[in-house]
Design a protein around this ligand. Structure first.
Ligand SMILES: *Cc1c(COP(=O)(O)O)cnc(C)c1O
Length: 388
């Protein structure tokens, strides 16, 4: 029984959600073609305004589009005047761009370990790694779950440490704090998002955005994304060429009103996975571990990541049965060859290192079917019967 007669369960199938909005997207693209205005301009500004209201930014706040999530992080650090030698505390368990934004400016990423249940940065370890050179805290709301920011923001403010949130995987994720909903990306000085096609709010190409509640930072970010230009051809500082284009903004503007429903669907799919695995007795000690969702968190399950010490054999087992799974991430950043100059060593972040050997991301996306989840759970149960 290797399931040859059934179709494949993909890790991600963007076609399923797109079919419902294809007509709307095509009409929006046609309106941009009518204007023949492609870089920034009114369509981009309209999308930025819609993001500002979706995130409920204060009136002083602003959303500033740019070319990618990676650029958003770099621009945010530039706007905060991060310089060579400055320390930025971040997680080693994330996509590469989080830390490369820091090293691109000659600053030093200082890696704090992670929490083994939520996979997010461990705030107690962050505190231990603060030094007089710490300029920025750069948390990642990993896999769609927000870091409990309220537990550390007051301490950082006291010490004059700025906060840049990497919310590339968490557009729409939230946390309830003192009976208020705080969205990922709005708890610090600058929040950064990616519209890479596979993200929860994904474009049809690259795109990114920064949000801030500070008018000064917003003005600086707007200047930095256009080569540091004050007025046309007068450059006040050296910035980047990093603009959001009108075609992407038009597509994203069609998708934004659907985001809440898509994120809710991901939450239901996650709940159903839990049910499927519990029903089959797979979560008992010695079985698989499911992702921990903190109380008061609106996890939007950009990824659904389980853990097991038998990760590699389980992944191969699923693959043989036509079920895709992926490893995010196989090597923590403190051990990446390009960061050898930082002198990271095995054992520096033991929880992150262990997770990199155990994490397995399962299919989760709008349009994933219950039968597909059941099929996956059956395959894990067969694996467990033979191995656990
Ligand atoms: C995707 C991602 C980025 C980078 O975004 P791009 O738009 O691909 O440049 C940064 N950080 C994290 C955590 C990401 O997942």
């Amino acid at each position: 029984m290797t399931g040859q007669d059934t179709t494949r369960v993909p890790i991600l199938d963007l076609k399923r959600a797109f079919k419902d909005i294809r007509g709307e997207v095509q009409a929006a693209l046609d309106r941009v073609f009518d204007t023949q205005s492609f870089i920034l301009g009114p369509v981009v500004r309209a999308f930025e305004e819609h993001v500002e209201s979706y995130l409920e930014l204060p009136d002083s706040g602003a959303a500033v589009g740019c070319a990618s999530g990676s650029d958003a992080l770099l621009l945010a650090l530039m706007a905060l005047d991060i310089r060579p030698g400055d320390e930025v505390i971040t997680t080693p368990y994330t996509f590469f761009a989080t830390a490369s934004a820091v090293t691109r400016l000659g600053a030093v990423p200082v890696f704090a370990d992670i929490d083994p249940g939520t996979y997010n940065i461990d705030l107690a370890d962050v505190e231990r790694r603060i030094t007089p050179r710490t300029k920025v805290f750069l948390p990642v709301h990993l896999f769609g779950q927000m870091v409990p920011m309220e537990k550390i923001v007051p301490l950082l403010k006291d010490r004059g440490i700025k906060i840049v949130e990497d919310a590339a995987q968490a557009f729409g994720a939230w946390r309830r704090t003192e009976n208020r909903i705080v969205r990922a990306g709005t708890a610090g000085d600058v929040g950064c998002y990616s519209f890479f096609p596979t993200k929860n709010l994904g474009g049809c190409g690259d795109g990114g955005m920064m949000v801030t509640s500070s008018p000064e930072l917003a003005a600086r970010l707007r200047k930095l994304r256009v080569h540091g230009e004050g007025s046309t051809y007068f450059h006040e500082e050296v910035g980047l060429n990093s603009r959001l284009d009108a075609l992407q903004a038009a597509i994203l503007d069609v998708k934004l009103p659907h985001l809440e429903a898509w994120n809710e669907e991901r939450r239901s799919l996650a709940a159903f996975y839990r049910l499927c695995f519990e029903k089959r007795g797979l979560t008992r000690p010695g079985g698989i571990k499911l992702p921990v969702e903190l109380e008061d968190n609106g996890h939007i399950y950009h990824q659904y990541v389980i853990r097991t010490p038998q990760r590699d054999s389980l992944m191969a087992w699923l693959e043989e049965r036509g079920i895709a799974a992926r490893v995010y991430y196989p090597l923590p950043l403190h051990l990446q060859p390009c960061f050898a100059f930082l002198n990271g060593r095995p054992g520096d972040c033991p929880e992150a290192e262990k997770l990199s050997r155990e994490a397995l991301a399962l299919p989760i996306f709008p349009g994933l079917q219950a039968e597909e989840q059941e099929r996956l759970a059956d395959a894990v149960a067969e694996f467990a019967a033979s191995r656990f």
